[in-house]
Ligand binder design. Structure first.
Ligand code: PEP
Length: 257
């Protein structure tokens, strides 16, 4: 089963307009007309439009970092799927561990957002991952299984293959600590087995599972070379064009093998 590697940059709340436009411009130039792997960038919501304009004609796609799962209405401060597609988004990150931890986002809320994303023609990138305490208590598989089951609870088979999952051990996000390729592959393999149980082995074989957690140019090749790692969700290193380009090049190299 060939899954096209997918590299996404999560800029979080780390740019201003000028730096967002500059970074997007550098990436458009760096990636050129095509890349073997799929590439997306997820700027802060307020800069999506400005970046979207710059991506016209580029294979780099646009993603949002969150959405509110409702149609138009009295939801002060929120942004829905229709608004995101309207300004050129194709992806939306859901259930990032920072939102789970800081905003108390639950699996049930992620499941509702996932439905809203799909209904609005957005591809959800659903984040799951264990904390350090959970890993030390040997609960990694149980925690990740509960998150995957809960977050994909309402997902029907017909749409499952198009969803992206990002396995992001919380202890590796923004810390400089990275799961070893073997540690990451072991969790990715168990997620894929779980997806085969929840859906079918064929569908599980089509779902892309990204790894996230301090992916850098110097560890990308080994991580992306694992059979069940289908790309990366990149935080810090996506803010430096040269580093993000090197990670894209690592994924392109994997495509070529
Ligand atoms: C992330 O926030 O999704 C992430 C993986 O961040 P970093 O690459 O900085 O660890």
């Amino acid at each position: 089963m060939t899954r096209r590697p997918f590299i996404a940059g999560n800029w979080k709340m780390n740019t201003r307009r000028d730096s967002a436009v500059e970074l997007a411009g550098q990436l458009v130039k760096g990636v050129g007309e095509r890349s073997a792997c799929e590439v997306a960038i997820c700027p802060p919501t307020v800069y999506l439009s400005a970046v979207s304009d710059l991506l016209a004609g580029s294979p780099i796609e646009l993603g949002a970092q969150n959405l509110y799962p409702a149609a138009d209405g009295a939801y002060t401060g929120e942004v829905n799927a229709a608004m995101l597609t309207d300004i050129g988004c194709r992806f939306v990150i859901l259930g990032h561990s920072e939102r789970r931890q800081l905003m108390g986002e639950t699996d049930a809320e992620v499941a509702t957002k996932l439905q809203a994303a799909l209904a609005g023609n957005l591809v959800p990138i659903v984040c799951v991952g264990e904390t350090l305490e959970q890993r030390q208590a040997e609960q990694t598989e149980a925690v990740v299984e509960a998150q995957v089951r809960g977050s994909l609870a309402e997902l029907d088979e017909a749409r499952a293959a198009g969803v992206v999952i990002a396995y992001e051990p919380v202890w590796a996000i923004g810390t400089g600590l990275t799961a070893t390729p073997e540690q990451a592959e072991s969790v990715h393999r168990s997620i894929r087995q779980l997806l085969a149980e929840m859906f079918t082995p064929e569908i599980a074989g089509q779902i892309r599972i990204q790894y996230g957690g301090s992916v850098k140019p110097d560890n990308a090749v080994d991580l992306l070379g694992q059979p069940n790692i289908d790309g990366a969700l990149v935080g810090g290193a996506s803010l430096k064009a040269a580093d993000f380009m090197a990670i894209i090049a690592a994924a392109d190299a994997v495509c070529a093998t």
